[in-house]
Design a protein around this ligand. Sequence first.
Ligand code: GTP
Ligand code: MG
Length: 576
Amino acid sequence: MSIAREGTPEGELSALLTAVSGLRDQVADSTLPLTLPGADAAARTRVELLNQLDDYVLPRLRSLDAPLLAVVGGSTGAGKSTLVNSIVGSVVTRPGVLRPTTRSPVLVHHPNDARWFVGDRVLPGLGRVTGGDAFAADGDTSAVRLVSAATLPAGLALLDAPDIDSVVSSNRDLAAQLLSAADLWLFVTTAARYADAVPWALLRQASERGTSIAVVLDRVPPEAVAEIRDHLASMLKEQGLSLAPIFTVREVPLETGGLVGAEEIGPLKQWLTALAQDARARGMVVRHTLSGALDSIDSRIEQLAEATAEQTSATRALSKVADTAYASAAAGVQKGMNDGTLLRGEVLARWQEFVGTGEFFKQVESTVSRLRDRMVAMVKGQPAPAAELGEALHSGVAALITAEAASAASTTVRSWRGMPGGPLLLAQYPHLVSSSPDFDQQVQHLVREWQGDVLELVRSEGQDRRTTAKVAAYGVNGVGVVLMLVAFAHTGGLMGAEVGIAGGTAVLGQKLLEAIFGDQAVRSLAAKARASLHDRVYELFGAEAGRYQAAVESVEVARDQGRRLTAAALGVKAAR
Ligand SMILES: Nc1nc2c(ncn2[C@@H]2O[C@H](COP(=O)(O)OP(=O)(O)OP(=O)(O)O)[C@@H](O)[C@H]2O)c(=O)[nH]1
Ligand SMILES: [Mg+2]
């Protein structure tokens, strides 16, 4: 890999920097709004990757020759702060008996190296505090305290981090973030703690990400050194960390000031000093960690791209459920219009009033034409029953639409409850459990508009003078009501006695309209009346479904998020 080579040409480096910046922006822009299985892990990966790019990879690529940053991390109370103080030779960071002691990170550097750390080159999300003493109020986890110490070799900075296994979660998160900014992780553990799970999970991750690691086995009882060291070495080997050097610090009484004696700290201090003074060795550590970080990008981007695809398929499925429910509701209304459903109950009763008595129907079959004339007289002469029949039709149609919409809403909600992301959306948009609040008014309005359409049909169909005269003679409203009735009169859905009655309804209505418009026109008028209602219902249901679509859209990931993440990762690969 090219970044691992020394002396990478400037041009290649700047291309890589551009590619990594591009990737960083894509990761920053990406979202995973739905809580799907696995999305939590992907969201963590996203934040970790973003932090690592901001805190380590980008600053390192921008200044390959900046001092090596060794982050001292490990279990709570392992002696991290004491070690940092002992390496520096004075108390620069507060050690303590109470856990956790170190809450805000302390970065110690040589005075000549200050310029690399005062700005936000590394860890840009954290502020900087300079001055103050090690025992000043400690607890600001949003800033790094900078300490300049001439006893530390130039070229190397030490960062005392909070404990990685803290009971305080902000401490833990900060420790993990600091570790991801390290060129070198000085992993501090003790005889008592070295087998703990948390540090090993982090060590495994560091190993996977190619971070350079050195291990300090601290506070070991002198008699147990050999045994513990061997065991630790074999554990490191199992994790693919056999190359990590181990430094053993025996537990002996601390010297004045709470520092570890020169004899104990000696080997570690010498190793760090040699590293600081050897630009080549330092460069190797840096490039090892940098390459590892770049290597680990692919699998992490893959995870984000997969999580993105899951988000997309979840939102698609949610959206489809709503669409299907409202399409089937629209079909339900259409079916209700065609199968005679609308001619039952109230409508039928009003129709009977409209055309006369029960007597009237007994004679329907035999004397249609005479009866037609009677009916025509009634249509003409009895505006009140026409209005009542119109009302009944209005209510029937409205009830049909309302019921179908309510069932679409409840079908959608029922399905969403069991679908990934559905419960979240329903919690976020509780009004979705039923139709729009003003749905009833909308339906009333719709039916009135449709009745207006039908009257308009009647008026405009009567273009020639004879027809116009006939329509006028019967009354536009009465004829309109009969047309509505005929539009709904198909016998398919009726049972027993109703068949005869509704059949009669159809026949009578049909005869009346044929007498006015001619039989060709009647069929097309009925079809137009049905189509106009259907179109209006379709539009209304579209708007209802739109409420669910809008909710889904609010949690949709950008259309090409997955593709852009993958492309950005490929860009980094190509630039290397
Ligand atoms: N005798 C002895 N005591 C030590 C040694 N190292 C640390 N201690 C003591 O152990 C306690 C914890 O040490 P710290 O250096 O604060 O440990 P730490 O890892 O920084 O702790 P946190 O920041 O809370 O995670 C302190 O009381 C130290 O004085 C050692 O090598 N020998
Ligand atoms: Mg500490």
